[in-house]
Design a protein around this ligand. Structure first.
Ligand code: ZN
Length: 184
């Protein structure tokens, strides 16, 4: 199979993969473990093969590298009319072969969205933790947020009045409920 990347790209690519597979995901796992949470890794039966699966909380956690998943990228229009990306603080697309990287990241983002959608449709909560949110200064705040979301979703799953809570967020349902109550 022909390698579509030149050696510099390949080198960059591999270094990104290495950093992604070790540090950020490991930080999240260690934090969860030390706080008493149990999980499974890369469960193939769950759509999108999330990095961390917490069945008790019906939650899938994706620890996303800022570069590969295009954190904070905003679309812009390049002179030839094609949509590209403007660099964000934590995702800087190389100027060399820019189009290659833009397409790659865009495809990753589209795949992410499809996976999240399937998970939502199956009743899963999806939590995305960005690599930049795990820097020492932000780590605790990030994981506190994750913990809150885990427990909040757990409560929703196990509270009998779960439906009314969800209905309040849907503007159309209370109207229907009101009408039916008049009919009784
Ligand atoms: Zn980021």
């Amino acid at each position: 199979m022909t390698d579509i990347m030149n050696p510099a790209q390949r080198h960059y690519c591999m270094s990104q993969i290495r950093s992604r597979n070790t540090k950020p995901e490991l930080k999240v796992r260690q934090w969860l473990w030390h706080h008493g949470y149990r999980y499974r890794l890369n469960v193939k039966s769950v759509p999108g093969k999330p990095d961390i699966v917490m069945r008790k909380y019906h939650t899938a956690i994706f620890v996303n590298g800022c570069f590969w998943h295009g954190h904070g990228l905003t679309p812009n229009s390049s002179p030839n009319g094609e949509e590209g990306f403007e660099n964000s603080e934590c995702c800087r697309i190389p100027e060399t072969n820019r189009e290659f990287w833009v397409n790659k990241i865009r495809r990753n983002q589209e795949r992410d969205q499809r996976n999240y959608q399937v998970l939502h449709e199956n009743g899963w909560q999806v939590l995305v933790v960005w690599e930049c949110e795990l820097k020492p200064k932000r780590m605790e705040e990030t994981m506190n947020r994750v913990e809150l979301q885990l427990n909040d979703f757990f409560l929703q799953l196990h509270t009998h009045n779960r439906k009314p809570i969800l209905y309040q967020q849907d503007s159309e349902v209370p109207i229907a409920a009101e009408e039916s109550s008049y009919n009784i």
